[in-house]
Design a protein around this ligand. Sequence first.
Ligand code: GUN
Ligand code: ZN
Length: 427
Amino acid sequence: MQQLIRGRVLGFHADPNDTQDNHRYLEDGAILVEDGRILAVGDYADLAREGLAEIDHRPHLVMPGFIDTHIHFPQLQVIASWGAQLLDWLNTYTFPEEARFRQQGHAPAMAEAFLDLLTDHGTTTAVAFCSVHKQSAEALFSAAHARNMAMVAGKVMMDRNAPPEVLDTPRQGYDDSKALIESWHGKGRQRYAITPRFAITSTPEQMEMAGTLAREHPDCHVQTHLSENRDEIDFTLSLYPQARDYLDIYESYGLLSDKLLLGHSIHLRPREIARMAETGSRAVFCPTSNLFLGSGLFDEAGLRAAGVVSGIATDVGGGTSYSMLQTLNEGYKILQLRGQKLTPLSAFHWITRGNALALGMADQIGTLEPGSMADLVVLDARATPAMALRMDRAETLEQELFILQIMGDDRSICQTYVAGKPMKKHS
Ligand code: GUN
Ligand code: ZN
């Protein structure tokens, strides 16, 4: 069945950092959707015809759904835990909470809540860390598959430096990951990410197993954490004394490639940046988390100049909001502190096409290209009285986007479509 989604339509076809001709905006535009995919985008007048089902979102903006490239599914009840930096925060709040996911019934209930939260905040694809327990990833994949929502996810592999309830072994971590890949990778829109949590919580034997999985499944993503916090880096290097630097640990197990997503990537040495660029390994900027945990200030311009591709993400529950708009808000401020700029066009490109490119999935998501999945978000820049007053002074699309970037959150999400299906009951 075909359906026409009408509104003020915005999509990106190039990176605003690279070229002026980067987006297409249609004041009275429409997206023609069939069987969950985009068939055509154009002026409403050109696409409308008798008998075609249509929904009119004017005066709101319709754009590709947001992509969150780093989030922790089992941290729904960790978000906003007080007063600690990374290692204390993990030990005090996070590992005990993740231990709950071994209980029967917990993960399936949380998976529904997690996906509701994502779409309520305009996010249509996420790259998620699950808990160490195989059933946490099972639950997330199964809930996302039922919604036809594209998830990239994996159970964390971790076999040391955490309580026993959240540890596996090198063999168990390998076997469970392998079984999950076989059941879920490529099933509908689900994709598996091999997920050694970070070097601190994996023995060399387990890192070896992660490397084996990556070699056996080169089309799976690999996700982990890199250089988030100074104490973390010191501890890591003490555990791997032969490593030249933090990245070298992952490199020595054969994990560097354009499928590798390195959460945080803040305190990097020049050699690490050069190797990330050479191997195509991605950095993932997590602004709300980096401020909340006091981790440090990501060097977006420095990495880009060196040729490193970066994603941007919430990192809930170290991150403090599910909203990619709030993520942009805090990201803007971090870049201000570094003397860098996050323009509104770059910002909205980043959370859509930019993140899709970082994932190598831009042929499916992140743009309005015909053939892409109809994962869409409908945005209201006047969602609150404060925004409406500010909008009265906005004269350009870029000003409107900047108001959304700074003041927006889930209240600005009027509707979220996943494969052409509206996810919000009351839009
Ligand atoms: N490093 C290892 N695990 C985690 C986690 O759960 N959150 C963050 N922010 N950093 C990590
Ligand atoms: Zn993380």
